[in-house]
Each structure stands twice: as structure tokens, then as C-alpha cells.
Design a binder for this molecule. Structure first.
Ligand SMILES: Cc1cc2nc3c(=O)[nH]c(=O)nc-3n(C[C@H](O)[C@H](O)[C@H](O)COP(=O)(O)OP(=O)(O)OC[C@H]3O[C@@H](n4cnc5c(N)ncnc54)[C@H](O)[C@@H]3O)c2cc1C
Length: 468
């Protein structure tokens, strides 16, 4: 059997390849860059550990723990410090803990009395007809009121998607919220009533989920997958086109400057949507992915700063803080990296990771690093009482950071579903289809591997019958 081609060596492609190989299905994973992992990358300098992209995996599915165990990584797994369950939101320049109990909600100064009463009225709000593809902002204002949008959802969405609540589709970006309203008629009631169903599926709601990394950072996961996959991984190999042939698919690859053509039984696309948009696919008729180029991916800059502990007034007891747009700071938020996991900073020091840009201000992310360092330090002075200058700095910008599941995203989903149905052997998975978190991608990579394996076994069976 010709190997399955996997286009893209991010976490989705790596997980799919690993699970397929476990089932003795040969794979060739083509990765355009000189390393695997996409934005998952850890750097250790002068005793500070900095993550380029994601800091943690939110363990919402048992499939995440299963993968870690199967890779033999349990001894290297690190769960976040329990204090990191606390999240803060900035209002009037000060951090307030996000309330997680009814008592804390009643007492918090994060929302006004009128705002709290409006939130408490949520179970009595009826779902209007014709709200099938609503923006997150419309949905939240309708159910919970304007203040909750401004001081909870707006910062929360910047922290996850670097996105714009007025553009994101609640149906596609937050499908669970959409389903909870449809099923229970209320988000607050659904929170309680849905617990039993989540338990049945062994799923954990995001606020209760463990935050996971590894002793030497998240890159341990992608490095280990790479090691396990060995020479099935082809680095510096950019897939250009895919063409149907008699027994499967011919993939044209630009490998180390030379174009090569290889035969494969199936092709799994996990490269980012904006890259897939320029890929040529030819079956009996050409298949165009060009429309995927319309998916918005704002720029995000990530700034890591290391300080002496005594230069930061705040005790940093939490995961970090998020900034509502109304607060008019440059940063979208900051994670207290050295409070979440030990060994992220030398003794007596702290590491803070801040994000700038996103849909709120994509142009800002592309400014010179010096300006971004200055802006981040100014904001941290204001919110955390930071004094003096950082003794460690690291900057990276992602020009195409995160796909935005905006209103109308259904047309992209339908395109992929349609291609899979009409062109057996082509598969799509990754952060442009299955959710944007690392956890989503780990689950998606394993799930698509099952679909590919089923396809391969039916193909082998068909051909065996033909041979007989
Ligand atoms: C700054 C930042 C912070 C984040 N923070 C978090 C976080 O804290 N927690 C969290 O859960 N998630 C976070 N995310 C999101 C998460 O990291 C990504 O959504 C996830 O890693 C995407 O994985 P993927 O495999 O779907 O895609 P990718 O990792 O993008 O992998 C796709 C791969 O395809 C390759 N490729 C592209 N074109 C081709 C081609 N033609 N041929 C071959 N290969 C190709 C690319 O080089 C890339 O390696 C963050 C993302 C960013 C950018």
C-alpha cells in the first residue's frame, strides 16, 4: 500500500501520523519548514523558558491524556499550579479575579449591580427564531447584556482567538455555547444540566480542565512525536499540488529546492487554511480551495519579559490577566508563565508573556520589537506595578496567527465536507476546521486518523477482491 500523505507537521498532522503508524499504515508527513510543531516551540535562554506560541494544553478530552501516555511522556508531564486556576480581568486599570462561584459573583466589583441583575436574568431570555449564524457579540448582548460582553467576553475572546466578538460566529467559534442554548434554552441552566452529559462523554468543561505542559516546555510533545515518526517526516518539503491517479493520489512536493512527485493512497491536509488556498487539486475536474484564502488570520506579537521578583509588586497568583478593549492598553493580556509552571524562570525571577495585536489592532503587532517591548513594559507597570526594566526579553510575531471562525464560516466547512464526500481519499483536519486550541488539534488528529484508517482498510479490501 502506498503511504498516506500528510500535508503539514503541526500538532494535528503529527498526531494523525502517530496514530496511523500505530495501526501499521505507512505515512509520509511533508512539512514545509525545517522543523515540526508550527507555533509550538520552546526556547530556553539565561534560565528563562519562553514559549513562542501556546503555553499550555487545556485537557478537555481523555484523548489528550491517552496520547501523552502512549508517547511515554507521563513522567515529563507537568500540570499547572492550582493557583493558576485564577484568571483576572482588568477594569479601570486594576485586576479583578473572574468570579467562579455565586458568592464571588455577587461580591465582585468587575460588574455593576445593573450588570449583575442583567446576567442573573439570563435563564428567562427566550431564543428568538432566525438566530442560526449570529455573531458572538449579538448572542452575548441578547443573553447576558452589554456589560458582560465588554468586561468578560471581549477580553476572553482576545485571549483565545485574538478575535473580534462582533465578527466571530457563535455557532462555529463556540459550538458548545450554541448547542447549550439550543438544548437547554439557557447558558446558566445548561452549565448545571450539561454536567451529567459531559461526564458520560468523559469530557471536562474548559474552566475545570487541567492545564498541561512538560518539564522542558510544550515542544517536548512535538519533538517526541517527531522522534517516534523518524524518517516518515520530510522537512523542508512543501506540497504544491495533488492529482488523482488510477490507484490513489500523486502529490507534487518542492523538497529542498527540487520538485518531486510521489504516489499516495490518501492525502490528509493539515496545513493552515491560508496555505491550502493556493494548493492545486485535480481529480476528474479541478477542485479549488481558493476560497479558504478568505479566512481571516490577524497578526499577533508575543512578548516574553523576565523580571527580578522584587521588581514586580503583584504576587502573580494566577494564570494571568486579560484586557477589555475599553481599557485602551496595548496588550491583549499577559500570562504569569512562571506562576503556572515551576522552572520557567531562574530563582528569584518571574517570566511574563504578553500578546499584542490580533483583530483588535493587527497593525500594532507588526511594529518594531523595541516599540512593542516598551508598550508591554508600560502596561505591566500600570497593571502589575512592575518597576524598572526587564532583564530578559524575547519577541516573536505571527503574521497569520489564528484562523477566525467568523459569521459565514459555514461555507468553508461545507466546502471541506463536500470535497471529502466527492473525492474519496482526501481528508481535512486542523485548527481551521476542528477548533483552534492545541487540545482540539490533538483530538482532531487522532479522530481523522481513524477515518483515514477506515478508508485505507476498505480500499485494501476492494483491491484484494479485484486481485482474486
Ligand atoms: C501566538 C499563539 C498563541 C497560542 N496560544 C495557545 C494556547 O495557549 N493554547 C492553545 O491551546 N492554543 C494556542 N494557540 C493555537 C494553537 O497553537 C494552534 O491552533 C495549533 O497549534 C494549530 O495546529 P495545527 O496542526 O492545526 O496547525 P499548524 O501548527 O499551523 O501546522 C501546520 C503546518 O503545516 C505546514 N505547512 C504549511 N504549508 C505547507 C505545505 N504546502 N506543505 C507542507 N507543509 C505545510 C506549516 O509549516 C505548519 O508546520 C496559539 C497560537 C498562536 C499563534
Amino acid at each position: 500500500m502506498n503511504p498516506v500523505a500528510i500535508v503539514g507537521g503541526g500538532i494535528t498532522g503529527l498526531c494523525a501520523a502517530f496514530r496511523l503508524r500505530q495501526q501499521n499504515i505507512p505515512v509520509t508527513l511533508y512539512e514545509e519548514a525545517g522543523r515540526v510543531g508550527g507555533p509550538i516551540r520552546t526556547i530556553c535562554e539565561n534560565g528563562f523558558m519562553a514559549e513562542y506560541g501556546p503555553n499550555t494544553i487545556l485537557e478537555t478530552s481523555p484523548k489528550i491524556a491517552a496520547l501523552i501516555t502512549d508517547l511515554g511522556l507521563d513522567p515529563r508531564r507537568r500540570d499547572s499550579d492550582p493557583a493558576a486556576n485564577k484568571n483576572y480581568i482588568v477594569r479601570n486599570g486594576r485586576m479583578h479575579p473572574l468570579p467562579v462561584s455565586a458568592g464571588a459573583f455577587a461580591a465582585t466589583p468587575l460588574f455593576s449591580i445593573a450588570g449583575k441583575l442583567r446576567i442573573a436574568a439570563e435563564p428567562f431570555i427566550r431564543k428568538p427564531p432566525g438566530s442560526e449564524d449570529e455573531s458572538l457579540a449579538e448572542f452575548v448582548v441578547r443573553r447576558l447584556g452589554r456589560e458582560f460582553l465588554d468586561y468578560a467576553i471581549n477580553p476572553f475572546v482576545s485571549g483565545i482567538y485574538a478575535g473580534d466578538p462582533a465578527a466571530l460566529s457563535v455557532r462555529h467559534a463556540f459550538p458548545k455555547l450554541h448547542k447549550v442554548e439550543a438544548q437547554y434554552g439557557s447558558l446558566i441552566l445548561g452549565q448545571f444540566l450539561g454536567a451529567r452529559e459531559r461526564k458520560k462523554r468523559a469530557e471536562v468543561a474548559a474552566p475545570q480542565a487541567k492545564k498541561v505542559s512538560f518539564d522542558d516546555g510544550l515542544q517536548v510533545l512535538t519533538d517526541t512525536l517527531h522522534t517516534q515518526l523518524g524518517d516518515s517526516v520530510k522537512l523542508r518539503s512543501s506540497v504544491l499540488s495533488v492529482e488523482k491517479n488510477a490507484g490513489g493520489w500523486t502529490v507534487a512536493v518542492l523538497a529542498n529546492g527540487r520538485e518531486e512527485r510521489r504516489n499516495h493512497s490518501a492525502v490528509l491536509f493539515t496545513a493552515p487554511a491560508h496555505k491550502l488556498a493556493s494548493l492545486r487539486i485535480a481529480d476528474a475536474e479541478p477542485v479549488s480551495l481558493a476560497v479558504l484564502g478568505e479566512i481571516k488570520h490577524p497578526s499577533v506579537a508575543r512578548i516574553v519579559l523576565g523580571f527580578r521578583k522584587e521588581d514586580v509588586a503583584d504576587p502573580l497568583d494566577g494564570f494571568g490577566f486579560l484586557v477589555p478593549e475599553l481599557e485602551r492598553l496595548s496588550i491583549l493580556g499577559t500570562t504569569f508563565s512562571s506562576s503556572i509552571f515551576a522552572n520557567r524562570a531562574p530563582q528569584g525571577h518571574v517570566t511574563l508573556t504578553s500578546f499584542i495585536g490580533g483583530c483588535r489592532n493587527p497593525e500594532l503587532a507588526n511594529r518594531q520589537p523595541e516599540e512593542l517591548f516598551d508598550r508591554a513594559v508600560q502596561d505591566l507597570k500600570r497593571v502589575l506595578g512592575v518597576r524598572g526594566q526587564p532583564i530578559y526579553r524575547h519577541h516573536v510575531v505571527f503574521p497569520w496567527a489564528i484562523p477566525q471562525y467568523n459569521v459565514g464560516y459555514g461555507k468553508f466547512m461545507d466546502l471541506m465536507t463536500g470535497i471529502e464526500a466527492r473525492h474519496p481519499g482526501l481528508f481535512f483536519a486542523g485548527n481551521y476546521r476542528n477548533g483552534i486550541s492545541v487540545g482540539n488539534s490533538i483530538v482532531a488528529g487522532q479522530e481523522v486518523a481513524s477515518r483515514v484508517a477506515t478508508f485505507c482498510s476498505s480500499e485494501t479490501w476492494d483491491r484484494a477482491e479485484v486481485r482474486v
